[in-house]
Design a protein around this ligand. Structure first.
Ligand code: ARG
Ligand code: GLU
Length: 767
């Protein structure tokens, strides 16, 4: 018995060593450091390219096919004529803008059948990275002399402006310079931003958003989450403002698309612009997130979502008004729930504590280290203690108070009142009032006061009841007493008396202000409450929050240096900060729960299974899709009578990676990233290789929808379709001419069938 247990223990220890050394799929790496840090590891895992093929400033490389799409998503070039592939949810705003009741592209999809039908999108940009550079020395010049973090930051900002200017003067390029490792290092990205980006195609929401919020953050997934745009350029292929004379942009590289698909353990690479991660937080910070912030924010959004759901179900008008707001509230809400589950499952807090103990031991073993890092852990503890009450106050103000649309909206009037109070010139006051007048229509179009009133009653109730009374703004504390906890009564009073609950009321206040009658705003009950909460935040919460975070930034900067010295053999990657990164891993299934195994891909069959659940509106599908399924009319995109839809892989991704290409060992496009699995959302804080998966639309499903569903085969013809062992490299790709689907069809089918047989045989052998 005992020996058995010991054996199991040893086996487990072995296994964990094996796992951690064999699969460090964690990391979002800097393109210019791939050669030094990752090339050999990537090649060991199957990559057939060199680091220079992925990122180079001397030759065209994969990076020339990647753009930051609008600054919030990623996109990739997939044709020599500037065709851009991204997610449906990334282009959603544009599709919505072009939609009307007569031309409802959200519902029906949109496909430009020729270039003249492509739709311009003022304000939308696509940014390429020309090159990147380590500018740490220049940016930190003189920073050592600073006595405070604020002083240091001021010096750095001055340097950033100067270095950026010097690098771009006389060019049409931009410069982005950001801190890495909490300001230990600085890198500059030279950017080229195109401004004429036109909508080319988007599937109907029933494909592009299939599964909606029901499936969001979940695997198995069946969403055709893609859309197509095109970059247009002025003379010389350079960026230009929109003009009908602009020409399709000719990219230095576009990704060839693989028809050979994926199999388990295939190498994968995700190239894109991840937004924000916090991988080096101490146990104190994670404890706060896990025990305090996430539960509070989840609870508040839970309450709000239930109220919105109810009203949206009861009225179509409200449903449309709140569709986008609901989706974005639900997106983060669901993510936090998954994050907490993942943190618990991976025992992250304990693991961080272990690391901190190790660090302390290492520090104490050497007098110089002791001097440098000796008080670090106590300082961390002290500073996080100082956030007691501050974090929770801030969470409730952001989520509960500002979660009430009226409060948030009324806070936007603070500047106007300030101008009035400070007796600013009437012209200035009028200008501000006119700005608010212009914004009013947009706000009230999607605002339903009766719904918001219910949200007010519930959320002010949570604010009052959940927090220690001494953390509340005076106005909320006294309201609790005055209304004896009956916040519905308080809501009735505020909403019936405030002018800010309707466009007419708001405009009346603004018209009065312009005419010199200024008491309306000051006496408005919604404005009074909003103002009280806002000034409480600014005087009681923000100062501590800011100063502690300044301290923490310095502590983390020191901690990073310490960790990197202690773990000489470990390769460190900086937290995501919306700059271009490479993540790599492999196509891989996972076990979400004890006793449950998830496959690594899904097919059209699964869409039919979900569509059969007629009571879930998120699973309604277009008739044409069913027809194609019934006829098994998959063209060269299906495999053995199956149509692949989505797949998962162990790439480290986060928000902003939406639309990023998933690339195979040969540099070919195999999918477009659009989400993470629920258990894996914890990877913003700590990566767990057992659980973290990114979710991508299979490129073949994209092709199938464009070609077979939408009948937009002319777009597929523009693309470069390839099979297994063709190189995805720029040079080769330029030589290889575009093949049409027709040419590929028969040959492909035979080839894919052969491959599938081989795979089956292999699988049988393994078992
Ligand atoms: N979870 C994905 C992301 O963070 C997709 C969000 C859009 N989809 C949705 N059903 N709300 O952006
Ligand atoms: N849907 C996310 C985005 O819009 C990507 C998913 C994630 O956070 O990993 O960027």
């Amino acid at each position: 018995m005992i020996s058995k247990r010991i054996f199991a223990f040893i086996a487990a220890a072995f296994l964990s060593v094996g796992i951690s050394s064999a699969r460090p799929d964690e990391g979002m790496w800097l393109p210019m450091l791939l050669k030094q840090l990752n090339e050999s590891d990537m090649q060991k895992k199957g990559l057939k390219l060199s680091a220079d093929d992925i990122y180079s400033v001397n030759q065209s490389s994969l990076k020339d096919a990647i753009v930051s799409f609008g600054g919030f998503c990623t996109g990739e070039m997939i044709s020599s004529e500037g065709l851009l592939l991204t997610n449906h949810h990334c282009g959603f705003g544009q599709v919505q803008q072009h939609s009307s009741v007569e031309n409802d592209y959200l519902t029906n999809g949109f496909w430009a059948m020729n270039k003249s039908q492509e739709l311009p999108n003022p304000g939308l940009t696509a940014t390429f990275i020309v090159r990147m550079e380590d500018v740490t020395k220049q940016i930190l010049a003189g920073a050592d002399a600073a006595k405070t973090e604020a002083e240091r930051e001021a010096i750095i900002q001055k340097n950033i402006a100067a270095v950026g200017k010097q690098a771009t003067t006389g060019t049409h390029y931009g410069a982005v310079i950001r801190p890495y490792f909490y300001g230990n290092e600085y890198y500059m990205y030279i950017t080229e931003t195109y401004k004429d980006i036109r909508l080319v195609g988007a599937p109907p929401s029933s494909i592009g958003k299939f599964g909606g919020d029901t499936d969001n953050w979940m695997w198995p997934r069946h969403t055709g989450d893609f859309s197509l745009f095109r970059i247009y350029a002025g003379p010389n292929n350079e960026p230009a403002e929109y003009s009908p004379n602009n020409k399709p942009y000719k990219p230095k590289h576009h990704l060839p698309i693989s028809l050979s698909g994926i199999k388990e353990n295939d190498f994968t690479l995700v190239f894109g612009f991840p937004g924000r991660t916090n991988e080096y937080l101490t146990s104190h910070a994670i404890e706060e997130i896990y025990k305090v912030s996430n539960p509070a924010k989840i609870k508040i959004r839970d309450t709000k979502l239930q109220l919105l759901d109810k009203d949206m179900k009861a009225s179509d008008a409200v449903r449309i008004q709140y569709a986008a707001k609901h989706a974005s509230i639900a997106n983060a809400w669901k993510k936090w729930i998954g994050e907490n589950r993942g943190l618990r499952k991976a025992n992250t807090i304990q693991k961080k504590k272990e690391l901190e103990r190790q660090f302390t031991t290492w520090v104490n073993a050497d007098p110089t280290r002791k001097q440098q890092y000796g008080n670090l852990m106590t300082e961390f503890e002290k500073n996080y203690k100082a956030l007691d009450g501050i974090t929770i106050s801030r969470d409730y103000i952001m989520e509960a108070a500002n979660g009430i649309e009226l409060i948030r909206y009324a806070t936007g009037y603070a500047k106007l009142q300030q101008l009035i109070d400070s007796k600013a010139p009437q012209a200035e006051i009028t200008a501000e009032a006119e700005k608010l007048e212009r914004a009013a229509a947009g706000f009230f179009k999607d605002y339903n006061a009766p719904t918001d009133r219910k949200v007010f009653a519930a959320l002010i109730g949570l604010y009052y009841n959940d927090l220690d009374k001494k953390l509340l703004p005076e106005a909320v504390r006294t309201a609790g007493t005055k209304y004896k906890g009956d916040f519905a009564k308080m809501a009735d009073e505020v909403y019936s008396k405030s002018n800010l609950t309707s466009e007419a009321g708001a405009k009346k206040i603004l018209a009065d202000v312009k005419a010199g009658k200024t008491t309306g705003l000051k006496n408005d009950p919604a404005f009074i409450l909003a103002n009280a909460i806002d000034s409480h935040y600014k005087t009681q919460v923000l100062p501590t929050y800011t100063s502690v975070n300044d301290n923490l930034n310095l502590l983390y900067r020191t901690y990073m240096t310490g960790l990197r010295t202690m773990q000489q053999d470990k390769k460190f990657y900086p937290d995501a900060n919306s700059t271009l990164r490479v993540a790599y891993g492999k196509v891989e299934p996972y076990e979400p729960l004890d006793g449950v195994q998830y496959n690594y891909y899904t097919t059209l069959e699964g869409i039919m299974e979900k569509a059969a659940m007629t009571d879930v509106p998120d699973y309604v599908i277009p008739a044409k899709l069913r027809e194609l399924y019934e006829k098994k009319d998959y063209g060269p995109y299906g495999v053995n009578g199956e149509m692949p839809v989505a797949f998962i892989a162990s790439n480290h991704t986060t928000g902003g990676n939406s639309g990023s290409p998933v690339i195979n060992a040969n540099g070919q496009l195999i999918g477009t990233n659009f989400d993470r699995n629920w258990e894996g959302t914890m990877s913003d804080i700590a990566y767990n290789p057992d659980q973290v998966r990114n979710i991508a639309v299979d490129a073949r499903y994209m092709l199938f929808i464009v070609d077979k569903f939408a009948g937009a085969g002319h777009l597929v013809k523009e693309m470069t379709l390839v099979t297994d062992n063709t190189s995805g490299l720029p040079q080769v790709d330029a030589r290889k001419k575009t093949e049409t689907t027709k040419e590929l069809s028969k040959r492909e089918k035979r080839k894919l069938e052969k491959a599938a047989k081989k795979k089956k045989k292999e699988a049988a052998e393994v078992n």
